[in-house]
Design a protein around this ligand. Structure first.
Ligand code: WQD
Length: 357
């Protein structure tokens, strides 16, 4: 029996593949590589010495996706695939609703048809909007402030309705805080296309000399040093949170929701200084205006996950900075391999194991 992982070539997906393979799971990845590279999965196999069945397809192509359910014995699904840039979601909201909601309906429909009713869903702390207080627990009011966040919230709501209609389902919803860092090998990591929106990939691009200066979005917040505070969690801790969540999902029924964070908030300036001390690389900064929609402070109360999943984030902000830097310094162009830099080409479907059926 295999675990089907949608978006398994992505930043969090690829790290979760490693932890699942190390735990002895058989995994199948479905990815359209719209925001990731097949190279990440080749390196997952290199790191673990294990193989992965990869289907290069778009989840909106329900006919092809159904073949994956037909030819494989699937025990559960971990659904990472989706678009996740807040700013882009404002400009292209329909694309976000189509990609984040329609695909999840297609997946759940096929899961129901093939009696695969175990699902781990990748949600986000963005569903809490601008919290009045911190730390944030799962009972906090939900208020998504952008189309991206609304897609996550809408999916969370219809997943709960699916369980009400059919209580054989076991659904675990994971609300991520701020995933950063990389696998200790330096072989896989965060590889955003274009100029990074998020803090850590922006810092590592400055450190590697591809960007000149880190613009800090405002220093007038009522925080320790005026800059925004977030709950940064190492992507490997987050990946292990998925392994713990899958274990519980396989053994139970019902809908369970967990914050995956460290419970510790760091300001932007604290992250910069942690990066400089962990790597010895100086990061030039420039204070600019606040980014519209940004919360001043956002960090988790991770107690529920610690108790019910027997999971806790173990890695420090130093580990997150050192591991991020190892990945970026060894892969200044991310997964773009040399020939791709010279003559970029579309990945051909024959590049992947596509079973004849
Ligand atoms: C962190 C802090 C910025 C960049 C976003 C999404 C959220 C989730 C995680 C998907 C903030 C500051 C950032 C920069 C800066 N993604 N910053 N200069 O906004 O907390 O969360 O990513 O689920 O949905 O909203 O993360 O890394 O963008 O910002 O000063 O160039 O760094 O103001 O205080 P954020 P972030």
């Amino acid at each position: 029996m295999a675990i089907l992982i949608t978006g398994g070539a992505g930043f969090i997906g690829s790290h979760t593949c490693i932890e699942l393979l190390n735990e002895g799971y058989e995994i199948i990845v479905v990815d359209n590589f719209s925001n990731s590279k097949p190279e990440s999965l080749k390196r997952v196999c290199e790191i673990t010495g294990k193989s992965i069945m990869i289907y290069y397809l778009d989840l909106l192509d329900s006919e092809s996706l159904e073949k994956v359910f037909l030819v494989n014995q699937i025990e559960a699904v971990i659904h990472f695939a989706g678009l996740k840039a807040v700013g882009e979601s404002v400009k292209e909201s329909l694309k976000y609703y189509k990609n984040n909601i329609t695909t999840t309906i297609i997946i759940c429909d096929l899961m129901q048809k093939y009696s695969v009713k175990k699902l781990v869903f990748s949600s986000s702390a963005t569903v809490y909007g601008l919290p009045d207080t911190v730390p944030i627990s799962e009972e906090f009011p939900l208020k998504a402030l952008n189309p991206y966040g609304r897609t996550k919230l809408m999916v969370e709501e219809f997943l709960q309705d699916i369980f009400i209609s059919d209580n054989e389902w076991s659904i675990t919803i994971l609300r991520y805080f701020n995933p950063i860092g990389a696998h200790e090998s330096g072989l896989i990591g965060e590889d955003p296309s274009g100029t990074p929106n998020n803090l850590m990939p922006y810092i590592t691009k400055v450190a590697v000399g591809q960007l000149k200066v880190l613009n800090i979005f405002g220093n007038g917040y009522s925080t320790k040093d005026g800059t925004g505070v977030r709950d940064y969690i190492h992507v490997v801790d987050l990946a292990n949170g998925h392994v713990a969540a899958l274990d519980k999902t396989l053994k139970s029924t019902g809908v369970n929701i967990y914050n995956l964070g460290t419970g510790i908030g760091y300001s932007v300036l604290e992250v910069v200084s942690a990066f400089e001390s962990a790597t010895g690389v100086k990061i030039p900064i420039n204070i600019t205006h606040p980014r519209p929609g940004d919360a001043a402070i956002c960090y988790a109360d991770p107690m529920k996950a610690e108790k019910e999943l027997n999971w806790i984030a173990k890695k420090s902000i130093h580990d997150m900075c050192a591991d991020s830097w190892r990945w970026q310094s060894r892969n200044p162009n991310g997964y773009k391999i040399n020939e791709e830099l010279e003559n970029p080409r579309l990945i051909q479907s024959e590049d992947f194991l596509i079973p004849n059926n």
